[in-house]
Design a protein around this ligand. Structure first.
Ligand code: PEP
Ligand code: MN
Length: 294
């Protein structure tokens, strides 16, 4: 890790300390696999859509060797979803969705990664259902939430705010770390600024932030997971950006995939099929082999 004047200044002012400490290693178990030691793949639908859907899909994903199941129960939709969609999904199945995630976990043994949007959602049910708590991009600097998550003994996946600078990413991490929780990974998921693509590929909302991977690696040992789904917004770009992220040094991927991608209840343009996911996993293995990555 390099020493950098700007970061050193923040350190002297006691604004950053643990996140940039080269002695701290930040490897931790999520289910059976240690995140931070070898490439960690999180996959699953954007949203938990029904009991049957998440359980059956989890079983299929387990077979192709992913390490954790993702699925949103609380969904931070950009605009309020007023109409009831199929099965009463609305803006996530919420507590009902968490129940289904518990069942999917019990059926497959896969640990669950899922978002909570508010400190009030930290309770018995969410703690039983969720093995790694996702902080969504919109809550990246919600300090009430981060302070509470810092008090837990539970892995946290902190997604970068679409606006977040590198020192703000470290600052948000520091919030969690100073409260005691060292089971922390950063998730990069694309940033604002997309005019050169968006008129041609309308679902592309964000710019992939792959260079932030080696940049963070210069300053911190906190593992970095890359989300090629939200960062591209378009299923045909998910594989190339997954490969780029692994080649750039990401500690893992968080990928949205769906049994019927085009009909995904949320984020349908970026959802991929299991065949596409499998092909990404093969490419990831090839890159790891050629690059000597664990
Ligand atoms: C998600 O991963 O389901 C999600 C809502 O992502 P983000 O917070 O990055 O938009
Ligand atoms: Mn999504």
């Amino acid at each position: 890790m390099i020493t950098n004047n700007y970061i050193e200044q923040l350190k002297r002012q006691s604004k950053l300390d643990l996140s940039i400490n080269p002695e701290l290693k930040f490897s931790f178990k999520v289910g059976g696999q240690t995140l931070g030691e070898s490439t960690f793949v999180i996959a699953g639908p954007c949203s938990v859509e029904s009991r049957e859907m998440i359980i059956n899909w989890a079983k299929k994903l387990k077979k192709i060797g992913i390490h954790a199941l993702r699925g949103g129960a609380y969904k931070p939709c950009t605009y309020p979803v007023k109409e009831k969609l199929s099965g009463g999904w609305k803006e996530g199945l919420r507590e009902e969705g968490l129940q289904y995630l518990i069942e999917a976990k019990n059926e497959t043994g896969l640990p669950v990664v899922s978002e909570i949007m508010d400190a009030r959602q930290i309770n018995k049910l969410s703690m039983e259902a969720i093995d790694m708590i996702q902080v969504g991009t919109r809550n990246f600097q919600n300090y009430t939430l981060l302070d509470e998550l810092g008090k837990l003994d539970k892995p946290i996946l902190l997604k970068r705010g679409t606006w977040g600078t590198i020192d703000e990413i470290l600052g948000a991490c520091e919030r969690i770390l100073i409260n005691g929780n060292k089971k922390l990974a950063i998730c990069l998921r694309g940033v604002v600024g997309m005019p050169s693509y968006r008129h041609v590929f309308p679902s592309v909302r964000w710019a992939p932030d792959v260079m932030m991977i080696p940049a963070l690696k210069e300053l911190t040992n906190i593992p970095v997971i890359y989300d090629p789904s939200h960062s591209t917004g378009y299923r045909n770009f998910v594989k190339p950006i997954s490969k780029a992220a692994i080649a750039a040094g990401a500690d893992g991927l968080a990928i949205e995939c769906h049994p019927d991608p085009k009909n995904s209840i949320s984020d349908p343009d970026q959802a991929i099929s299991i065949e596409e996911l499998n092909s990404i996993l093969f490419s990831v293995e090839a890159i790891k082999k050629s690059e000597g990555i664990k």
